[in-house]
Design a protein around this ligand. Structure first.
Ligand code: DLL
Length: 433
């Protein structure tokens, strides 16, 4: 079902007209109220009224995560504090957290976008949503929560953690939609198995998974293990939270970006030139309806491409390809670029291993080395050492063949790699120590 037929299926010409109008208003407001933006414009000798068509966006300077950090905590807010009704923050694992604010209208916009997203992912009024995204400063939990209420579905605000209790709730309340990170979803499946609960006996129809990279092969694994249809949802706190883009369950092939609220661009991260549709690069967003925290040409560091092909679901909003990773997650191993999700993709094709893995990068004699730890299934681990060695060699060979990178593979006992209740830690990088 399409939640907002008028906007989600709008002919592109009309959509672009709305984008331009909203962009102009956003630029004027940001210039007038956020000293950072005014200064950036002045440095370039431009004023908001110079933007007369969408292509003129090209002239506007980019905003980076560092800019947000430099203005920590509230320096990028475009409204006085008495208009801010909610504050969220990113976890700050890669530095100082970024803090974002919302006006009452922003919360409403976000709820609308999440209602659209849940709807695209297969939910409707009458569904029961088991929401295992964390509630708190992270935007996942509350983002889904408000969207579900707007949609008129029933939401179970279970959050992450307390996994056994989650399985009991699944059995007793009969939720039909699961929302969680893909890695926590696997943990849920594992604990259900330990408790003797089969997902085949539960009521789930759709799962709406995101907040971290996951491969197409991981989708297969999750769909088989949980007996549901899995769709990918994307977002980031700086832009609004979850609900920036989502796959429709009809096509499951690229995520529709809600273009009446965000203008996406793809740039070459090195030259910063805008790339044409279809080419892979760094995703950049300009928000065009947000009041409290407008972002102008915000560099996400996420790597993807855009495509405007019509979609079978009827939505006219363009689609971004599944995000393979962030530019700063990319490992460069002896000159070869690899994303953890590409390794995942290879691992998921091996029957004998479980979808739990971790990568370790070290520097030995000035050369980067990659070790892939992956769990094998119960039966195999009790097998002969030779069998395990052979399997390690086979996986290593597959990785080399598919990705061109040399990796040492280490099979480990089931349940030895730390489980995540939110975003998984896929890479341990020892190089700076
Ligand atoms: O992760 C928002 C979210 C919550 C999205 C729930 C989807 C579901 P942040 O914590 O600010 O916000 O992290 C944003 O996570 O820049 C990407 O690098 C990554 N990310 C989010 N969704 C996906 C996805 C939330 N579907 C950062 N695929 C983003 C790959 C994703 N990476």
């Amino acid at each position: 079902m399409i939640f907002n037929i008028e906007y989600e299926t709008m002919p592109r010409e009309a959509l672009e007209a709305i984008q331009l109008r909203r962009l102009q208003v956003t630029l004027e407001r940001a210039y007038a109220t956020v000293p950072f933006y005014r200064q950036k414009f002045e440095e370039k000798g431009i004023v908001p009224s110079d933007v007369r068509c969408l292509d003129d966006l090209n002239e506007i300077p980019f905003t980076t995560k560092q800019d947000l950090r430099d203005n920590y905590p509230f320096g990028m807010f475009a409204v006085p504090m008495d208009n801010i009704v909610r504050i969220h923050a990113s976890s700050g694992t890669t530095g100082q957290p970024t803090v974002v604010g919302y006006t009452a209208r922003d919360i409403n916009t976000w709820a609308e976008l999440m209602a659209r997203s849940l709807s695209a992912g297969g939910a409707s009024r009458g569904d029961i949503i088991h929401n295992a995204y964390g509630y708190g400063l992270f935007t996942g939990g509350l983002g889904v929560h408000y969207g579900a209420e707007k949609l008129g579905a029933s939401i179970i605000p279970v959050s992450g953690g307390n996994t056994k209790r989650q399985i009991i709730i699944m059995k007793d309340f009969g939720p039909t939609i699961l929302t969680a990170t893909p890695s926590y979803t696997l943990h849920l499946a594992e604990v259900a198995g330990e408790m003797g609960v089969s997902f085949k006996d539960l009521n789930f129809k759709f799962g709406i998974f995101g907040a971290e990279p996951w491969s197409e092969n991981m989708r297969q694994e999750i769909e088989n293990k949980l007996n549901l249809i899995a769709v990918d949802i994307y977002g980031l706190s700086e832009v609004i939270g979850p609900g920036v883009s989502i796959e429709c369950h009809e096509a499951k092939n690229g995520l529709h970006i809600f273009e009446d609220h965000f203008i996406p661009e793809i740039i070459d991260p090195v030259t910063k030139k805008v790339l044409p549709y279809g080419e892979t690069g760094e995703l950049v967003f300009t928000s065009i309806t947000k009041e409290a925290f407008p972002v102008i040409r915000y560099r996400t560091r996420d790597i993807t491409s855009l495509n405007t092909d019509p979609c079978i679901c009827g939505r006219t909003h363009l689609r971004m390809k599944r995000v393979s990773g962030r530019s700063d997650d990319m490992l460069i191993i002896r000159g070869v670029n690899v994303f953890p999700s590409q390794i995942e993709s290879v691992l998921m094709q091996i029957d004998e291993v479980e979808p739990h893995y971790q990568l370790t990068v070290d520097r030995v004699d000035n050369l980067d080395t990659l070790t892939v730890q992956v769990e094998v299934n119960e039966n195999l681990f009790s097998d002969e050492v030779k069998t395990l060695q052979r399997l390690e060699q086979k996986i290593s060979k597959d990785i080399k063949e598919y990705l061109g990178v040399s990796a040492a593979v280490k099979l480990v006992e089931p349940k030895t790699i730390a489980r995540s209740e939110g975003k998984a830690v896929r890479v341990v990088d020892n190089r700076d120590i």
